[in-house]
Design a protein around this ligand. Structure first.
Ligand code: GLC
Ligand code: MG
Length: 423
């Protein structure tokens, strides 16, 4: 977050399951569309926040399964745990405020008396969150009775029903909404209040996000009954909250457009994006476009045309070097030439490419370093390389690729097969 010295242009605070992530889309298309939009147009001056009900354990599992970007801030366990940056540094200040009228032992003791409640997995039981499954037909009665009993024991809790099955008990001051309010206050005190904030969700635990003042909200088209009911009863007349027509991340992109929060055309929705021009010279855009081209080339979705190869070669410095993650060095131009033989080699296969945390810095006037992680999914395997590209801006010629250097990313868990990694 420290990389932003001025207020972020946009802060997106999004739930994951069935909001950012569409579990009914094995191709992850709407998520990939969101990813390239974010890296193309927002990463450099905006903040991405994930706010999930998942514990850190299940959150990390999801990251391995789905092509999720790395957020700037991660809010987990239904707003009870806030962490910052790649290394996920916990916000201890937030945790301290959650102990007010909260006693884990008492919550466990009282809930143990309800046969309707089935305890969730051990990983989902957290210091300020106790979670169960409960049948839809019993949820309301159990919630009422449990609130009374816990109040009698001197506690002040919040009971949230989500997804037609999950029941979470949290301190009254916790929850996704309170965590967002805390974050906004903190950013404001640092002089970095976002110009716009968009909250995105699909289920009961997201409702609070839509009641934070001055925050835009989108309930994705596939939102759960309990959230739509909450909206009808509490926020029907708030023009800042919409029910999108599109599912999951598609609904988020739709909301960015409807609320006019900034660009909403994902590079993935542009078929001839090599032609797509942007007003400001931002080498980050080049990177997003190139790797999208690379995916389409190998999937055989772009024409096998010499014109493409020629145009790519024209944007490489003749003496440009590519350092492969194996350490081998070769010429950039030769690397592009070799792409010819890979046209369509992934046709009909599960093959996707995405870039994460694309950040460009101008080192000298007209010289840029762009650092990012490039990920590749082939079948069920994910591999990633930390990549640095050096560009120079040449009068009238646009950006020239000078050097590309890759090293295997630490998170890349799979066996590092150097030979099948092209770039
Ligand atoms: C996630 C959590 C679960 C919680 C649910 C609803 O699925 O893993 O513990 O009950 O979100 O908040
Ligand atoms: Mg959800």
């Amino acid at each position: 977050m420290e990389r932003l010295t001025s207020p972020p242009r946009l802060m997106i605070v999004s739930d994951l399951d069935h909001t950012m992530v569409d579990h009914h889309d094995p191709e992850n298309l709407s998520l990939l569309r969101f990813n390239s939009l974010w890296e193309h147009a927002y990463r450099h001056d905006s903040l991405l926040v994930f706010s999930t009900g998942r514990s850190p354990t299940l959150y990390k599992e999801l990251r391995k399964e789905k092509p999720l970007l790395t957020p700037d801030i991660t809010i987990m366990s239904v707003g009870t745990e806030i962490t910052y940056g790649n290394s996920m540094v916990p916000d201890h200040g937030w945790v301290d405020t959650l102990n007010h009228k909260w006693d884990l032992g008492v919550v466990k003791e009282e809930t143990g008396k309800f046969s309707e409640l089935t305890l969730q997995a051990e990983t989902e039981q957290r210091p300020h969150k106790v979670s169960f499954y409960v049948d839809k037909s019993k949820a309301q009665d159990v919630t009422k009775e449990l609130s009374l009993r816990l109040e009698k024991r001197g506690l002040d809790v919040k009971i949230i029903y989500s997804g037609g099955m999950d029941l979470d008990i949290l301190p009254q001051g916790a929850g996704k909404g309170q965590a967002l309010a805390y974050l906004l206050k903190k950013l404001k005190s640092e002089g970095r209040l976002p110009l716009n904030t968009l909250a995105c969700g699909d289920s009961g635990n997201d409702a609070e996000l839509f009641s934070i003042p001055d925050v835009y909200g989108v309930m994705v088209s596939n939102a759960q009954e309990e959230l739509l009911k909450w909206h009808a009863e509490n926020a029907k007349d708030n023009p800042k909250v919409i029910h999108a027509k599109e599912r999951c991340a598609g609904g988020i992109i739709q909301a960015v457009g409807e609320f006019k929060l900034g660009p909403n055309l994902s590079p993935r929705d542009v078929s001839d994006f090599l032609e797509c021009r942007v007003e400001n010279v931002n080498p980050g855009h080049e990177v997003v476009k190139f790797f999208l081209f690379y995916e389409r080339w190998r999937r055989g979705e772009v024409e096998n045309s010499e014109a493409y190869i020629a145009s790519l070669k024209a944007s490489c410095h003749p003496g440009g070097v590519f350092v492969h993650p194996s350490g081998a060095e070769k010429s950039l131009v030769d690397t592009i030439d070799e792409l010819r033989k890979y046209h369509g080699d992934k046709q009909g296969k599960k093959f996707r490419v995405w870039v994460d945390q694309v950040l460009a810095t101008e080192t000298n006037h007209g010289t840029w370093n762009v650092k990012f992680d490039k990920w590749e999914q082939s079948g069920d395997e994910h591999r990633g390389c930390t990549t640095t590209v050096k560009f120079t801006a040449k009068e009238g010629e646009g950006l020239v690729w000078e050097r590309v250097e890759q090293t295997w990313s630490e998170e890349s868990e799979l066996k590092k097969d150097d030979s099948s990694w092209i770039i």
